[in-house]
Design a protein around this ligand. Structure first.
Ligand SMILES: Cc1cc2nc3c(=O)[nH]c(=O)nc-3n(C[C@H](O)[C@H](O)[C@H](O)COP(=O)(O)OP(=O)(O)OC[C@H]3O[C@@H](n4cnc5c(N)ncnc54)[C@H](O)[C@@H]3O)c2cc1C
Length: 398
């Protein structure tokens, strides 16, 4: 049932609300506005009604005692006992938020032999580290990680919980938010503190990137957000920083576990793409899968990784783990070379913060030519081999 309420007596059927509704949830029938199931109660229509005929129901009473929640927390993601760099980015942002709020910053380290990560987390800005070690936590699985973190969050009641939007972070964040009955904003591109209410303003693109939405969690805690890799900077590690490490007793209800690790098959391109300083990406303009062999050659000469547009992935020329964009990876390399990629908004969403963007495209009007730092107009099969030839020459000379 739609949440928007329309006062049929007051409505004059002007259609202002219809024009501003981003979801097409309003229409005029018999000179009166009517709302359909697409309405999400976003409130965009309320200010444009000249006769105050639109309203939203009173919000549900506060779900929790907000004042009893304090502190900023982050999750330190690890794989094979090494921290994922996104964890330090979360700590970097968490530090800034905690300083504004005047509260401690805590990090949660879960694993088996991961005590060294607690010290690293302190060096990266944490005041307190909750260290949970158990063989069942050695490799990430949803259930044991959710059990441990859920208990910690319920006991210590932080006001904010940040996780990296990696595959594991997204999975864990969703499971935790559901169990904690709180909100979760995925893939934030900005996090701010409202100076008046101290609420976390969770900023992210919405409606296919057409608007930037600021999302609040007014009635529930913790305020949870995930952030993609390289959106925020990690703080510079300070080995002299001090903090406290609290060992967590791990008691797992393993009879409820529905998954176990059978085998690990590395998909190294995943990790390389997110961390890469140079990415050579290919799109539909390559024409077939063979084009990627050429891009791999260029990438390896530049010490980089290979990315792709969704079109190339959909064609089956390369695996999804290489996809850059809204539904792929967000990357932020020093150099992004887009070969035969048009630069659709969904692709741009994943690479626009690259330091230098080079586009190789035979269409000077392609959208990517408008935001690339360097536009090479030409056939990829002429430009890329020439680049490879010249780079080889240089490598051989040096
Ligand atoms: C909900 C949603 C999510 C999406 N998520 C993503 C995403 O995560 N990532 C993503 O990339 N897309 C995504 N898309 C798809 C996106 O809208 C585009 O369709 C896609 O990015 C196009 O890929 P492309 O640029 O390779 O292909 P095209 O748009 O077909 O462009 C090919 C380009 O190659 C050029 N070209 C052709 N031949 C040559 C040649 N011989 N030499 C040089 N240039 C050549 C052409 O001029 C053209 O500019 C998404 C779409 C939707 C609706």
């Amino acid at each position: 049932m739609a949440l928007l309420q329309i006062d049929r007596e007051a409505c004059i059927g002007c259609g202002n609300c219809v024009a501003v509704c981003p979801l097409g949830a309003l229409l005029i029938e018999d000179d009166i506005a009517v709302v359909n199931e697409a309405c999400t109660a976003c409130g965009a229509c309320l200010p444009v009604c000249p006769v105050d005929a639109l309203s939203l129901p009173e919000r549900a009473p506060a779900g929790v005692d907000l004042a009893s929640y304090q502190g900023v927390w982050t999750w330190v993601e690890q794989f094979e006992d090494q921290a994922a760099s996104i964890s330090w980015e979360m700590l970097g942002k968490g530090r800034a938020l905690a300083d504004i709020l005047g509260v401690p910053l805590s990090a949660c380290v879960l694993g088996d032999n991961v005590a060294h990560l607690a010290q690293q987390a302190i060096a990266q800005g944490a005041d307190i580290v909750y260290l949970a070690q158990n063989p069942e936590l050695a490799t990430y699985r949803t259930e044991p990680y959710t059990q441990v973190l859920h208990k910690l969050l319920r006991t210590h009641k932080p006001e904010i919980m940040l996780l990296g939007a990696s595959s594991r972070g997204r999975d864990l964040a969703g499971a935790l938010a559901t169990r904690l009955h709180t909100g979760l904003t995925a893939d934030c591109t900005g996090l701010e503190i409202d100076p008046e209410t101290r609420a976390l303003r969770q900023i992210r693109p919405a409606f296919g990137g057409n608007i930037i939405a600021t999302i609040l969690t007014p009635n529930h805690r913790p305020q949870m957000a995930t952030v993609r890799h390289r959106v925020f900077e990690a703080a510079k590690a300070d080995p002299a920083r001090t903090g406290s490490v609290i060992e967590v007793q791990v008691r797992l209800a393993l009879q409820t576990a529905t998954s176990r690790l059978l085998e690990f098959i590395p998909q190294s391109a995943d990790a390389r793409l997110s961390e890469a300083d140079v990415i050579v990406s290919g799109g539909r303009g390559l024409g077939d899968a063979k084009g990627f062999a050429m891009l791999e050659e260029l990438a390896s000469l530049l010490g980089g990784s290979v990315g792709a547009s969704r079109a190339a992935v959909d064609e089956g020329w390369i695996s999804y783990s290489h996809q850059v964009g809204q539904t792929g990876r967000t990357v932020k390399p020093e150099l992004y070379i887009a070969c035969g990629i048009s630069g659709a908004i969904q692709h741009r969403a994943g690479m626009s913060t690259s330091k230098v963007i080079v586009a190789i495209n035979n269409d000077p009007e392609a959208p990517i030519m408008r935001f690339a730092d360097l536009a090479l107009i030409g056939d990829v099969y002429e430009v890329v081999p020439e680049l490879i030839r010249q780079l080889r020459e240089r490598v051989e000379k040096s």
